[in-house]
Design a protein around this ligand. Structure first.
Ligand SMILES: NC(=O)c1ccc[n+]([C@@H]2O[C@H](COP(=O)([O-])OP(=O)(O)OC[C@H]3O[C@@H](n4cnc5c(N)ncnc54)[C@H](OP(=O)(O)O)[C@@H]3O)[C@@H](O)[C@H]2O)c1
Length: 241
């Protein structure tokens, strides 16, 4: 059993891209991939943070990570990420589509520019990552796509219209992708985390304590809901058989 587990998690020879690798969950995923032997391209806007991560990971894996600074909402930046990974390592196996941020405000008080930036990043940026990334996986008929949605992609609270809306869209996009490529050897996993301590709350501009308040609200709801609509963190995955 133990050796089976080790075999399943050995990623030597696999090539991965990670969007949103400069902090939080993307950074943690990138670190895990490197430690399991994958060759990893790190993508986010803050190049200095990607460099710091690459330095921290030096010697922990088989190969130095590739640093590709860019904005996920710009097609040319996402194409550059995929092209650089493929040029360096000859293929792509794993796409971690994780870049995103939050925002809370009642609709009547909302900032339209913030809405646009959020949808450009969380939805359009995801589509770009999938378009250019999955194209490469299909070339060799195998691979794994991991998409970061949220518990907010299952349940909406006041003030969460735009962020929740974006994560409902993420869920729908991942589901469509599963239908489109599941039979072509590409596995799609949707992560739906609950509240996780990262830079997320600060970037979203949440006042202190809001993450805990949201967590409590979800907990109360969960206790009223049936287990089939459980709101704790979860992952949905399909594997080509
Ligand atoms: N933390 C939570 O409680 C929670 C719960 C459920 C789901 N999530 C989701 O988890 C994902 C990761 O969030 P996190 O919690 O790890 O937050 P985080 O620490 O703030 O990380 C967000 C990452 O996304 C990147 N990013 C944001 N906008 C980008 C853009 N336009 N182009 C490229 N990269 C961009 C950021 O890098 P740069 O700023 O350097 O570009 C950063 O690396 C997000 O999709 C978020 O919605 C978070």
């Amino acid at each position: 059993m133990q050796s089976e587990q080790r075999q399943a998690t050995d990623l030597r020879g696999k090539v991965a891209i990670v969007t949103g690798a400069s902090s939080g969950m993307g950074e943690a995923i990138a670190e895990e991939l490197v430690q399991r032997g994958a060759r990893v391209a790190l993508f986010a806007r803050r190049e200095n943070r990607l460099q710091a991560l690459a330095q921290r990971l030096a010697g922990k894996g088989n190969e130095e990570p590739l640093i590709v600074p860019g904005d996920v909402s710009k097609p040319e930046d996402v194409q550059n990420l995929v092209n650089q990974a493929v040029q360096r390592w000859g293929k792509l196996d794993i796409v971690i589509a994780n870049a995103g941020f939050g925002y809370r405000a009642p609709i009547v008080d909302g900032d339209p520019q913030r809405w646009k930036n959020l949808l450009d990043t969380n939805v359009y940026g995801l589509l770009l990552t999938l378009k250019y990334g999955v194209e490469q996986l299909l070339k060799h008929g195998s691979g794994h796509v991991v998409v970061t949605s949220s518990v907010a992609g299952r349940s909406v609270t006041a003030g969460g219209a735009v962020y929740s809306g974006s994560k409902f869209a993420v869920g729908a996009i991942a589901e469509a992708l599963r239908e489109e490529v599941g039979q072509q050897g590409v596995r799609v996993t949707t992560l739906e985390p609950g509240a996780v301590e990262t830079e997320f709350a600060a970037v979203a501009g949440y006042p202190p304590g809001i993450a805990e308040a949201i967590k409590q609200r979800y907990r109360q709801r969960r206790s009223r809901w049936s287990s089939s609509r459980c709101l704790s963190s979860q992952a949905t995955s399909t594997s080509p058989s």
